[in-house]
Design a protein around this ligand. Structure first.
Ligand SMILES: N[C@@H](CCC(=O)N[C@@H](CS)C(=O)NCC(=O)O)C(=O)O
Length: 309
């Protein structure tokens, strides 16, 4: 099989959205000429950490081993493959400078306001309203640029529009009514609405670009647990189930599945459960803790292909 680029992504992340928009525009397609790995930011797979120590998403690993760990680098790589709408290719030096300045303003001051406005709990002691106002001032500025062409650089979309829109979408999501009712922002509201209704955005938020299911690392083991039992275990500080309906004490080990066995395990043993959580187990940490792992073929009546005592 020919090697294809691997994209580590997170469906809702604005940086990952803009990367996916550019990759899609360039003709890449998950499952065809791109492998898309949807990750959890709380449990980043070892493959991502190995490729990029900072492990933010998106990250694109190219077949020659080159790693692009910034969304903008991924957009530029994609547009160098193909840029059918001229978002970057063919732009003059002056236009490129404008695009870069807009993106710098977005990724710097605007993102700073957005974070504090959208996630005030993460910034205790920083009042929200001044951040919202500062964000709105930047948006007003961008709004004036949208007249009369409808795009930041005039009459057709550029890299700047696609790089900024996912963040403006987030700003709106923090307070949709407030955003839609804000005065003096009409051109920007129209610009955003057109993006929100566009098939391009819908495409990268849905399969195959925006899978809701995580990619499962072949380097991890997985254990399915009834959510209520897992919650109780977290409270108690100890988990003592082996598999559904059986305790560790009864069985002597904890059943686990490898990535490619998980779906089958779920179908056979947990499909009728109200709420199930997938726990991932790092075999390297088990080894470090002296916990043995035994891989064995899955017997017909049991849930997994491996177990840890
Ligand atoms: N400068 C990076 C920023 C990417 C970024 O911050 N992504 C967020 C998700 S939206 C992330 O991975 N956060 C996890 C972390 O910072 O640990 C880029 O443009 O790709």
């Amino acid at each position: 099989m020919t090697a294809i680029p691997i994209l580590y992504s997170f469906r809702r992340c604005p940086y990952a959205i803009r990367a996916r928009l550019a990759l899609r525009a360039a003709g890449l397609m998950p499952g065809i000429n791109l492998e898309l790995r949807e990750v959890s930011l709380r449990a980043r797979p070892p493959e991502l950490l190995q490729a990029s120590a900072k492990a933010t998403v998106p990250v694109l690993v190219l077949p020659d081993g080159q790693v692009l760990e910034e969304s903008l680098a991924i957009m530029h790589w994609a547009l160098a493959q193909a840029d059918p709408e001229g978002w970057w290719v063919g732009r003059s030096a002056a236009e490129r400078a404008e695009i870069e300045a807009l993106i710098a303003e977005n990724d710097g001051p605007f993102k700073r306001c957005l974070d504090r406005f959208k996630y005030p709990d993460r910034y205790p002691g920083e009042p929200v309203e001044p951040q919202r106002q500062a964000g709105l001032m930047i948006l007003h500025d961008w709004s004036t640029r949208l007249v009369p062409g409808g795009w930041l650089l005039g009459e057709r979309p550029s890299l700047a529009d696609l790089a900024l829109l996912p963040f403006v979408r987030q700003f709106r999501l923090a307070d949709p009514e407030g955003f839609d009712a804000a005065s003096g922002l009409a051109p920007l509201q129209v610009w955003l609405r057109r993006f929100l209704d566009a098939p391009e955005l819908a495409a990268v938020l849905e399969q195959p670009w925006g899978p809701r299911q995580r990619w499962r690392s072949p380097r991890w083991l997985y254990h399915l647990a009834l959510a209520e039992e897992w919650r109780a275990a977290r409270q108690a500080g100890v988990y003592s189930r082996s598999t559904r309906g059986l305790s560790l004490a009864e069985v002597g080990f904890i059943h686990a599945s490898q990535a490619d066995q998980l779906a089958d395990t779920w179908r056979r043993f947990y499909a009728d459960a109200a709420e199930v959580v997938v726990l991932h187990i790092d075999p390297e940490r088990l080894a470090a803790a002296g916990v043995p792992v035994r891989l064995e073929p899955a017997p017909v009546s049991l849930s997994g292909g491996c177990c840890c005592a």
